[in-house]
Design a protein around this ligand. Sequence first.
Ligand code: ACO
Length: 433
Amino acid sequence: MTPQATLRLENKDYSFPVIVGAEGEKALDIRNLRNDSGFITYDEGYGNTGSCQSAVTYIDGEAGVLRYRGFPIEQLAEHSSFIETAYLIVNGELPTPAQRKRFSQLLTENAPIHSSMEHLFEGFPVDAHPMAILSAMLNSLGCYYPHLATNDHARDLETYPETAAIIISKVRTIAAYSYRASRGLPYIYPRRDLPYCENFLHLMFSTPYEPYIALPEVAQALNLFLLLHADHEQNCSTSTVRMVASSGANLFASTAAGVCALWGPLHGGANMAVIEMLKSIHAEGDDGTKFIEAAKVGKADTRLMGFGHRVYKHYDPRAKIIKDSFYSALASLRIKDDPLLNIAMRLEEAALRDDYFLSRKLYPNVDFYSGLIMRAIGIPENMFTVMFAIGRMPGWIANWKEVAANPKGRIYRPRQIYTGKTVRDYVPPHQRK
Ligand code: ACO
């Protein structure tokens, strides 16, 4: 029998089923609350709200656990690649060799963008932010595939594997072209012989007269960065993708919305904010000590960027993995004595000893290191969040599918507590004070 929970409201008892997830996490199923009682729940920021049931990613923030489709992130980081992990997230299972080969073929075939799309990049001002370009271009991409972007979920699901591969492949080309457009650089065509990460670095950094050859450690650091960002359950951007999908919107439009949600500094923009913070500490001649003291005041504008997480109240498991890969990339690039790096290490050391951070369970999150990795690889700062978007694409795609394929799915439509004026009469302009 389904366990029930009782809630007493205004002297009346209401009974609600308790849902238990695959890992034993419990939720009150309050779908009938408003109908039965007239009450709604209030949970600004959704910290206590399960907005869906999902089989993609499991996180235990208290224990620092992250699993994609049941596989621990540590095992995937050690044995898998971003592309194999993307397949896993998008399709639910690790690919057989034949499926892996077919997926790679689809990615290779779909790497170039339509030549008329290249002209769209020219319509942006030269200093346009690559995240704005990426979002606009992903939505525009759907216009080149109207048969894959019908806004009829049943039809869009039939072509899901192809659409997923097109987006995962082309997002890399579009991202590199956004960068090239913002620098006035000529477009470089993708190469059929290069794996995903090496091809991205080629699209970014090769010139018509000199190919960019990625060091293996650099390609591996990028591979790991993308793999570690591939999904993270119901964060702001993924929930946005699901919200947009719930209206029936296609995969191109839904992921374009995800890019916009990711842009902000409290989400995907945090890795860029970490570097900006380190630069400003350096410019002020501080070694991090003064900044740590200011961060403890707890104001939003002096927060220690790259620290804290809504879900992890323990070390972010991704931060541990990325930190090691970071040092090996630094060694292969022979980067030593970088002043920003030294400040970052001092900040981390100091915060991990400080009672303010310890008592609030504020540990470094993945962004604390990912910005430094991107910087070491040579990715420009305004592209950091774009890199996050490339990595997060498999997760957005898998979450879109869950919404589109849910036979009981309803449009997402939260309620609110209205706090504005109560009813009043219209005042003609000449009577207004
Ligand atoms: N520096 C200093 N103090 C902090 C920080 C920080 N980075 N983060 C939280 N705090 C403090 C708050 O002031 C608050 O203190 P109080 O209890 O005295 O009022 C307490 O810790 C709890 O903070 P909340 O804001 O309630 O934490 P929340 O879960 O809402 O926020 C967030 C999480 C947004 C990540 C926050 O820790 C933050 O702003 N961090 C810096 C930005 C960042 O690194 N974002 C990346 C997130 S990871 C990602 O998107 C991949």
